[in-house]
Every structure is written in C-alpha cells, then in structure tokens.
Design a protein around this ligand. Sequence first.
Ligand SMILES: [Zn+2]
Ligand SMILES: [Zn+2]
Length: 1002
Amino acid sequence: MFKPVHPVKSSLREFNRVNASENFPEMEKKWLKHWYEKGINKKYREKNKNSKKYFSFLDGPITANNPMGVHHAWGRTYKDLWPRFYNLLGYKQRFQNGFDCQGLWVEVEVEKELGLHSKKDIENLIPGDTKASIAKFVQLCKDRVLKFSKIQTEQSKRLGYFADWDHSYFTMSDENNYMIWKFLKKCYEYGWIYKGHESVPWCPRCETAISQHEMLTEDYKELVHQSVYFKLPIIGRENENLLVWTTTPWTIPANIAVAIEATFDYSLVQGNANQKFWVAKELVKMVFKENYKILKTVKGSDLVGLKYTAPFDNLPKVKEVADKNSEKFHIVFATDKNILPITTTEGTGMVHTAVSAGVEDFKMGKKLGLPMIPVIEDNADYMSGLGFLSGKNAKKHPEIILDYLKKDWAFAVVAYKHRYPACWRCKTELVWKVEDEWYIAMDRSPLRSQKSKVKSQKLNTKTLRERMIKVAKKIKWMPEFGLDRELDWLKNMHDWLISKKNRYWGLALPIYECSKCHNFEVIGSKEELKKRTVSGWEEFEGHSPHKPFIDEVKIKCQKCGESISRTNDVGNPWLDAGIVPYSTISKDNHSQPLYIENKEEWKKWFPVDLITESFPGQFKNWFYAMIAESTVLENEPPFKRVLGFGTQLGEDGRPMHKSWGNAIEFSEGADKIGVDVMRWMFTRHNPADNMLFGYKKADEVRRQFYLMLWNTYKFFVEYANLDKFIVGKKNFCSLQNSKNVLDKWILSRFASTALSVEKNLKEFSAKDAALEIEKFVSDLSTWFIRRSRDRVWVNSENVEDKNNFYETLYYILVNLSIIISPFIPFVAEEIYTNLTGKESVNLENWPLINEKLKMKNEKLEGEMNTARKIVEAGQAERKLTGVKVRIPLSNLSVKSEIAANLTVSDEVWDVVLKELNIKNITINNDFHYPKKEVKVTEKQLQKEGRLRELIREIQSQRKLKGLKTDEKINLTIPKEFESETESIGKRVLAKNIRFGDKVEVQ
Ligand SMILES: [Zn+2]
Ligand SMILES: [Zn+2]
C-alpha cells in the first residue's frame, strides 16, 4: 500500500475539507464577521503606517440619500482594488471613504417623507415659526444623511471594501464648509465673484435655479408639447401678419420682439379669409402645405423695424412695459447668429422673443437694450397684473394660453415632440426666468491681490478658464477621451452659477451684500466672520454653519457702515464635493485639514494619485468642481489620474429600472450572487464600455472562472489530505528541482502571470490583470491538474513526483490567493488561511518578483503552447473520425497550422501523447514522435481500452453510491482482467476483488 510522504509528526496539519457545493454568500459573511471581530481591517490599515511610500487615493463622495444599487458596487470595487494592491506592495495610505450630504437631493426626499409640497410648507413645519421650522428641516436633512451613510457603510463592508469606516468624511462637516469659504474668498480677491442678472433655467417645484452643470443630457426627457403657430398683425399694413411659431406658448405673454434672419428671403403668403402672412420663403411649403399663393418676396432686412400688436397687449403688466418703452416694444429685429441662430428646418423663420423667459432671448434683449416683462413667480404661477392669467400655473395649465389664442390668434396648434430639460432632482419640467444669482466668472483676468506686496512678483493674468484648461491637461485621463470631454466642457461652459435661491440644506454662501450701498464681500473663514461680527454671534455659536443659525450673524458694511446680513442663498452642491482634496486630508482622517495645519505633510498626499468615478455627469460636476477649486487655490491638478467607467445597464441592455424588473439592489445582489463574483464581473470588464449586469451574467462568470478556481483548490485539499501531504519548507529554488515538465511549466506560467498582473495594476488596468488571472486559472485547471491526475494518491507510486506536485500546487495556490485578494478578497482569504494556517491574506505582501523571475521559462511556455495546439488538432481529428479519447491508438496523424516545432522537448511531447491517448503521433506527414515508432499490437490496444473503460465504470459506480474518495470497496470484475487485479485494486481502492460477469461495486 501507499506510504505517507512524510512520517506523521505532531505538526501534521490536515487542511479543512472543501465543500463542492459551498454556499459562497454565507462563506463571505463568515469572513466579514471574522475580519471585523478580530480587527483584521484595522491591522490591514496599519500594516504600512511607517512606510515612506505613499499611495494617495481620494474617494468621490457617494450621495448619502438612499441604499446602494449594484451600480455603486462597480466603482466601489475599483476603490477597494487599488488600495488593497498598494497595501500588498507596502504603501502607506489613508483609506478614507466619503459621503456627499448637502443639497436638493436630500431636501427633496425629506419633503417627500413629510408630504411637503412647497417652500411655504417647509417654513411652516412648526406653525408660525419660520426659523424653528427651517432649523427642524435642516436637522431632518442631516438625520437622513446619517441614516443612509450608515446603511451604505454596512453595504460597503459587505462588498469587502476595507476602509477607515469610523472616520469617513462628510461634505456637511464644518471643515468642508469653511474650506469652501476659503476658496470663495480667493475667487473674490481675484474679482471673479459677481452677481448676475440673467435668464436662468429654473425648477418651479424646487423654486430654485438649476445651473448649467446640473443639466445633464440624461435629465432631458422626450416630451410632447402643444406648439402653436400664431399671427401678429403688423401695424400700418392691413391684413398683413407675422407668422410666428413657438414650442413654449406659456411664454407668449412675455413677448417683446420677433427675430428674423436678415439674409433670408421672406415671402408674403395669401392664406384664406383675406389674411396674409410673412414666412421665410423656404418654409412656406412646410407651413401652408398646398393651396397657397406667394404675393411677394423680400429680404429679411426689409422687414426689420416693423411693429406689431400681440395677443396679450391688454393685460396691465404688458401695457405698462409697452407704455414705458414704446420705441423698443413689439418690433421686428435682425438676429445675431451667435446668440440666437435662426434655421429653416422648422418653424416659420420668425422667432418669438421673450426676453424674460429664455437664455438666448435674454442675451439678445441685453444686446439690443430691449425691455422685458417678467411673467412668472418662483413656482411658475403667472404674476399679478396679468389679468385672467394671474395666479394660474404656466406649466401645469398650458391650455389657458392655447384656449385664448384659439379664439382669434392661433394659425395652427400642433403636437410637437422634443427633448426638454427636467429638474435633475425632482424631474419637474424646467422653465426660464430672470433672476439675480451669484456666479464665478470664467473669463476675467484676476485683480491684483491686495495682499501681494511683492511688486516684482509676476501676476498671472490668465483667466480661470485658461488656467483650468492648463490644469486639466496635466491630468492622466483614462480612457483618454476623458480629456476631450472635459476640455469641451471647459471651453464652452458659461460662468459658474453657484447660488441656490429658496433652499435650506446647503453650504451657507459667505457672501454679505449691503442693502444700502450694494457693496458686497466674501468672508473666508469662521475666525474672520467672528472678527467681523457686530451682532448675533451668541445665537450662532455652537451650531454648524448652516441655516438658520448662521444667518443670525450680522457684519458691518466696510463702505457705509450699515449692518448687513448673509445672502439668503445656499451654495451649488458641487462646491461641496469639489473641495475634498483640500478639506478631507488630515493626519488621522478626523483632525483638522492638513492643508491648514501642515501644508508640507498635505503635499505628500496631494495631488492625489487616483480617483475613479463613473463618467457620465462628472465632467460637468465632480471633475469640474475639483479642478476649478484646486486651480483657484493652488493652480495645481487635484488628482494625477482619473479612471472613468461607463454606465451599468440591465442584462437586457436597457437602463436599470425598478418597474422593468431589471434593477438589482445591492444587498439583494450580494446575497444572491455573492460579492466575490460581483467584484470579478466588475474588474474583468472594460471600464470604457457600458456594462450589462444581471443574474445570468453572474452565473456565467461563476461557472467559467470562480468555480474553476474553487474546484482546483478543492482538488488540492482533497488529495493532499488523502496523501497526507505536509507543507515542506521548500523554497522556490528547490521547487524548480522538480523533474516534471508540468511543474516547471506551471511555475513559469505563474511567474509570468504575477508579473503581468502587477504591471497591469500599476497601469490601472484591472481588466487586463483580471483576464491574465482567468487565463492562468484555466491553464492550472484544464492543463496542469488535468495532466497531473495520474500523479496523485493511488494513481501513482512515485513518491517524489507526488510530493513535487503537491509542493508546486501548494506554492501556486498560496501565492495566487495573495494576488487575487484585491479582486476577490473572500475566496482569497478562504484559500490562504486554510492552506497556510496564518491569520489573514490581507496582511500579506505581494509575492517577490526576483523569485518569480527565476521560475520564468519562456521557452518552455512556448513549447507547451505549441503542444496544446497540437493536442487541440489531435482531438479535432479524433472527433472527426469518431474515435473517442479513451480508446488508445497506436498512431494519430494530424494536420496542424503549426509546423511541427522540433525544438519542443521530448518530455513535452510525452505530455501530448498521454493527453491524446496515443503511442505515436505524426504531424503534417513529416514529423514523427517518437522518432522510433512504438509498436503495439491491436490486441494490446484493445485490452488497454477495455481496462480504461473498466476503471471509468468502477469510479462512476463509486460516485453513484456516494462513496468517499478514501472509502474501500468490495469489487467484482470480469475474469479477463485477472492479471491486472493488483493495479486495479490500488487505483479504485478495493479491499476484495472477485470475478463475475458484471462489474459490481459494494
Ligand atoms: Zn426640482
Ligand atoms: Zn454699504
């Protein structure tokens, strides 16, 4: 019988049995519990605390407003992968996660929870007490953030994400808010902050401006609105009308003028009922279809200066403006292409211009000095002074305008489908309205700072836009198109609208404007505010810098001495996330920012090495805000590299939606799929492409990779235990002493894989690294193990070879578990701890390259590659001729594209013969192996085949009867195998062998 490799010692340690049908989500939970109970997470974070090498990763804050979806897990897997990798490599890190807290997204959810519908409701939360109501509302927003940050923290832990969970940063923190003040103060000193009076996109439900940054393509909806063609009778020309088309009829009361393109031809068309209409010539047919007559055609410039009457001229507010501006009211003007281009693809070539209700309209009005008629309140109700319209909602009731027009003014009302912007938060359709808002100028040269005393110091006269473009170019964008996208935005964006009117939960913009002399100032810190306070500090003291308490503080106007208040507005929420490279880096993740306390130390972490976020939206948002704030504060890129990734879709290719049944909540996904498999799906995916995600895809990955890895590990543990293998003290040099070509080959493959994974991860390509690992695991399972089955347990008596096999596979599995731990930490931990008996794979170091280089044998890898291709060709040949692999052949002749490579060594050729179950091989009729033909008789071959069949039959019966691998059996076999009794007995573990007609296992 087989003797153990090593004498049994007291140190002999059996590996824990490996379950073939392991419940992986349960296994993951077991490790989670262990990691947090035994402080593994903490030991992991402290492993390199004295290292001189720094890896600075900055987490883009997740909005703490809802539980995580599986799409969040994609980015968070990257956010864990590289810190884990650099931890193995011995780098010191901060491991800080962040939560985004302030802004509309939270307010809207709290409003929903409380059933509030408007600003009035919020301010009356505690009836009759506005201040207390706001205080309560703000507190509820804070509470919501804390609630969901806790949930997201638990979910992130479940994902296997190792971070300093007790010290995540929150953008609502004092440090974060005051750091934004510092930034705004600097903008102010440069002269870049101004109050603009502009037409802005506006959400009538949230009653606040929506900045250009917040209008993402995904927030445009395909909508059908009633568009209207309406006539404007020309004064002094009988029966002649301008024919104008608009898709926003609610703005018609605000009409001031009609724009035409001076270079176009316009025709006067005879309609029915004696009415004549001016329309761009090219559009006549489109508008009138048939039965029309062109009376005359002139250049657009000939129409300039005409005046007209309009449908709402009788309303008091309209009359008032008309009376005050008779020169510039209801006139035809020639457009400026750069502001308001007119096309002949739709409409009439005559454009309704409502100066108060459109961005281009407003700009045109400004250029021409046109008056305007504000028509809607903050909630889109028509203002007073608009007669029958007043108090009715312009967006909710478009019919009031249409019904009125239909009486006498409408030429046609046509349903029109177009892409229309909606509020990114509450999805309400936007309107346009003219408001005073605060902006950061993109195109102003900086004022000479009052502080710059050194006269010789060269002043950087570049504008913020120019500086930001320069800074953006210093960043490594992955994928590369990221830079173009960012530059496209930087080159075309308007000034940054940073204020939000009528909102409560957000940055208190530190802008103090004097109501008397209109001078304004920006305060740059809490200390400065305290120094400047003339009243209200006691009421504020002890509170965070939020509404309503911050607004108790009054300061003195530096110009006129008036006591002045903070502007009522809160800040754009992207200011909050944009400042985090400055506000969150501290010595222990919870002290004061190093940027203020110790700038030298801060510079060790700044610019950060890596950020990684989903691309859509971030060019206008987080990336933009960080670049803007960092450019102002230090004129430096805030990050060296950004790894962007696409959007996650359902596996049906559609966006994930609850109502479509293809959305997966994170916790549900984790319990059904297991997070290792999920993480593997994310890391093996090309981040530049959108990802299809769902349970079917998860099953594929589990089968094709994860289970293959698991079964390899299981094979090792099962047979090593049976063979009573003891982990030796072999180092890698002695590993290479194995004479078995398979051992040499797989060690070389492992070395190549480890090197390649390291290289790819250092280049931030998780996908290439993951695919290398997949290839290796496949080689390990489908070639190394497959070809080594005869080397283990009862199949072989070659003790040395057996031991070499275990030593090799042991070395590989232990080191593989380290390499895969950043990707799939749970199964890595399971394998590592079971095989080594050590505490945790998370406390390991990356396998050393030098040792691996010695194992690398490119020539052998090449030979084995050739061999495997020949095997493939051989198997194809067998398939073609219908001769199964278990039937031995004396010679197999194959055709292969590969010219028989004579440099392939004999030992590799032997592997080919065994795999193909042949004695001789001939390739392309000119290569023979072995050179001297091995002669076998037909009888011998047949017997070999039958013997193989017999063993197969016995093993399958063992399996059917559910016998353990080491359980002995009573066996009945046909008499013809009498001479093989002993070897059969050993291989199938029989204690008794009898002869009979049928094979029987008992
Ligand atoms: Zn809204
Ligand atoms: Zn003043």
